[in-house]
Design a protein around this ligand. Structure first.
Ligand code: C5P
Length: 288
């Protein structure tokens, strides 16, 4: 028996850090949305009680370090599942890129195993379990578009934003989320008004979405890696409607509605950046 699951990447349309909490995490306010750049997972039922994981990508760990492995292990323990699973990951989302690739694989594993192991858990229950694996996993369980608070695990679903192109460019550097948070100077943050982004999405106001793109982690990564800033400036110059770094970076994305502009930005980036993607906003969640 096999289950195939899609694990889409996310981008942050807005990311604000409110304060540092006593548990070491940061209290966040984020607006996230899924995009049509996805890993594909094949889950095969094993009669023996074993979790195996493999991928065609050399950047994907094939052991406990993999969040999908952790997701399977956690579900197995919690619900005393006797059977096992073989997880095969087709990796398309760049790793350590600010696109929640690992978290999305974990979330897809939870959704897939819910079927394969016949657990009949609700999406809400899976999202709660996901929060034990990583801060972005709950959102990835739902997918779509949402306002995320707390550590990132308190999810309020939002309507689908107006459709547009998302051009992503990832410079050849990996960024540690922990380091970015550690380097963030909380006293120097100029906080965005997250509510303006939420309103823009509710009103399906594309221009307002572009005007309110904001990520307070951007300056930390930008000051460290000039190439990230260069990509941003390049996208702006070639006609993107809005440009922002996703998560802790280093991936930068551009929102664009017109096909011809999308071609221009995409082709111009291809010249100096190896990892460039042109995809659509997904917006729809896994409840539907
Ligand atoms: O939860 P996750 O393991 O994905 O987080 C990775 C790291 O990012 C944490 O160890 C922490 O340093 C930082 N982080 C944070 N506050 C959050 C989410 C993540 O400080 N809300």
């Amino acid at each position: 028996m096999k289950v195939f699951v899609k694990a889409p990447a996310k981008i942050n349309l807005s990311l604000d850090v409110l304060y540092k909490r006593d548990d070491g995490y940061h209290e966040l306010e984020m607006v996230m949305t899924t995009i049509d750049l996805a890993d594909r997972l094949e889950l095969t039922l094993l009669e023996e009680s074993e979790i195996r994981i493999s991928s065609q990508s050399r950047y994907v760990p094939d052991d406990e370090r993999n969040l999908a492995f952790q997701a399977a292990k956690l579900l197995k323990q919690k619900f005393q599942v006797e059977k096992g699973v073989e997880i095969s990951i087709e990796k398309n989302i760049p790793v350590a890129a600010g696109l929640a690739g690992g978290s999305s694989d974990a979330a897809a594993t939870l959704r897939g195993l819910n079927k394969l192991w016949g657990l009949s858990l609700s999406i809400e229950e899976l999202a709660e379990i996901g929060a034990e694996i990583g801060s972005d996993v709950s959102f990835c369980v739902y997918g779509g578009t949402a306002l995320a608070k707390g550590r990132g695990e308190k999810i309020k679903l939002l309507p689908t934003p107006p459709s547009c192109w998302v051009i992503l460019a990832k410079p050849p550097i990996g960024v540690s989320t922990t380091e970015v948070y550690n380097k963030l100077n909380l006293n120097e943050i100029s906080h965005p008004n997250t509510n303006l982004m939420v309103q823009a999405i509710k009103e399906k106001n594309y221009q307002a979405i572009c005007n309110n793109l904001n990520n307070v982690l951007e300056n930390v990564t930008l000051s460290e890696y000039p190439e990230v800033k260069q990509i941003k400036e390049h996208m702006e110059k070639f006609g993107a409607d809005g440009v922002l770094m996703s998560g802790s970076g280093p991936t930068v994305f551009a929102l664009i509605q017109h096909d011809s502009r999308k071609e221009r930005v995409y082709n111009s980036l291809k010249g100096f950046c190896r990892q460039v993607f042109a995809v659509r906003l997904l917006g729809t969640n896994h409840l539907s």
